[in-house]
Ligand binder design. Structure first.
Ligand code: NAD
Length: 429
């Protein structure tokens, strides 16, 4: 087992529970056991296919030279090029990048798009770096990875603290080295550089599609559905807006600096305007400010944790009072929390399914770039719906057939698809 120190400030048992690699491993092991996956395949899938560490020298604005450490991990390329974001953060660890890369393998397999899993990260603090410094870090990091990335090898995307501009720099650097404009090297690009319509809302829209399926399955009506959303950013903000538009009642929104509650429903677009004017969701006149720690435990039908990982864990899972959890964020529930939630009968739509709308539209972006032919938003959203609904059906069918919870079913389905690809390809010696 590959393991390195995780983030500080936690007692030992919680440190293990919150360790992303151990957590990914726990889910993998359970699914592999249930599938009866053979020892050889376990070994292949239990470790990343490729890990690259680069130490990149960059000149800072004041003339000093600094060396930054960056990673790119390809967990699997069995079903297609590796796919996954690049994050810039001061506390990025190789463990985290490995775990996120494996997550991407399973996520792409669950929605059945022809990608493997990858992830990258650079240890740096974007809060203290200028645009020029960020550009130089991005370009040098890309240059160091030239032999590993490519439209048919490994296709990066934005993640924490990286954005469309970062992707434009990667695309340009890669294209300059290749002496040709190659926009399929990254996804999440600006629209006029080959980005896809519908990408910005894709993850939130995917959450909506699977939540609607879950409501149907549990015979709940959208108009009678009370929703709590944690994290009012790209995923949570868009999911809240789209759920509200489809008739659900957003009774609470939780942010890092507070939570707002209205049992009759909150209009997320009005709340967004309030935040744009005041800098915070709190103090919104159409709702009451409530304690953000307690807000997670409100009585509701759908809880959308869309902020960060490990928010529902062994020490608070028994207090959750919802019928459905739609995991907008990656890893919001820990493995021990899964067991508690299953005992309580909570219907969990696991992250690798619930938030796969983003990577699905990234796949559409890559397809459009390679075709050189761009789709309208209606086509993008329609194809996204088709893929999300099919994936939801496949996962639920697997869960029922094998008598397991949805997360284990999603992992089993994904593992089965990846293992099948490896078996078909065989081992090159
Ligand atoms: P974001 O930065 O746009 O939004 C996150 C929001 O959560 C921010 O508004 C932030 O203030 C808030 N937040 C942070 N800590 C919080 C806390 N403790 N309590 C309440 N709110 C808190 O990020 P995002 O792109 O929406 O991503 C959110 C999660 O979804 C991450 O786990 C990310 O990996 C995952 N995800 C994102 C995408 C995507 O397409 N953006 C796709 C798949 C998964």
């Amino acid at each position: 087992m590959i393991l390195e120190a995780t983030k500080p400030g936690l007692d030992e048992s919680m440190e293990r529970e919150f360790n992303p690699w151990l957590s990914a491993e726990a889910r993998f092991d359970e699914a592999a056991d249930r599938l009866g996956l053979d020892e050889g395949l376990r070994k292949i899938l239990g470790a990343p296919a490729l890990e690259v560490t680069v130490h990149i020298p960059v000149q800072l604005d004041d003339g000093r030279l600094e060396v930054f450490t960056g990673y790119r991990v390809q967990h699997s390329i069995a079903r297609g090029p590796a796919k996954g974001g690049i994050r810039f953060a001061p506390d990025v660890t190789l463990d985290e990048v490995r775990a996120l890369a494996s997550w991407m393998t399973w996520k792409c397999a669950v929605v059945n798009i022809p990608f493997g899993g990858g992830k990258g990260g650079v240890i740096c603090d974007p809060a203290v770096l200028s645009q020029g410094e960020l550009e130089r870090i991005t370009r040098r990091y890309t240059a160091e990875l030239m032999d590993f990335i490519g439209p048919e090898r490994d296709v990066p995307a934005p993640d924490m603290n990286t954005n469309e501009q970062t992707m434009a720099w990667i695309m340009d650097t890669y294209s300059m080295h290749k002496r040709a404009t190659m926009n399929a090297i990254v996804t999440g690009k600006p629209l006029n550089l080959g980005g896809s319509r519908g990408r910005v809302e894709a993850t939130g829209r995917g959450c909506l599609f699977v939540t609607l399926q879950a409501l149907k399955k549990l015979h709940l009506e959208p108009s009678k559905t009370k929703v709590v959303v944690q994290g009012f950013g790209n995923v949570g903000g868009k999911a809240a807006k789209l759920m509200h538009r489809s008739g659900m009642k957003i009774i609470c929104v939780i942010e890092y600096d507070g939570a707002v509650f209205n049992p009759n429903g909150i209009d997320p677009e009005a709340l967004q305007r309030h935040r744009a004017e005041t800098g915070s969701i709190t103090g919104y006149p159409e709702a009451e400010d409530i304690d953000k720690q307690e807000a997670l435990f409100l009585d509701c039908d759908v809880l959308v944790p869309a902020a960060k990982e490990n928010v529902i864990h062994s020490r608070n899972a028994d207090r959750i009072r919802t019928r459905i959890i739609c995991e907008g964020a990656n890893g919001p529930c820990t493995a021990p929390a899964d067991k508690i939630l299953a005992e309580k009968g909570v219907f969990v739509i696991p992250d690798i399914l619930a938030n796969a709308g983003g990577v699905t539209v990234s796949y559409f972006e890559w397809v459009q770039d390679r075709q050189g032919y761009f789709w309208n938003e209606q086509l993008v959203n329609g194809r996204l719906e088709e893929i999300m609904v099919d994936a939801f059906r496949d996962v639920v069918k697997f869960a029922e057939a094998h008598q397991v919870n949805n997360r284990t079913a999603a992992y089993m389905l994904a593992l089965d698809r990846v293992a099948f690809a490896i078996k078909l390809r065989g081992i090159y010696a």
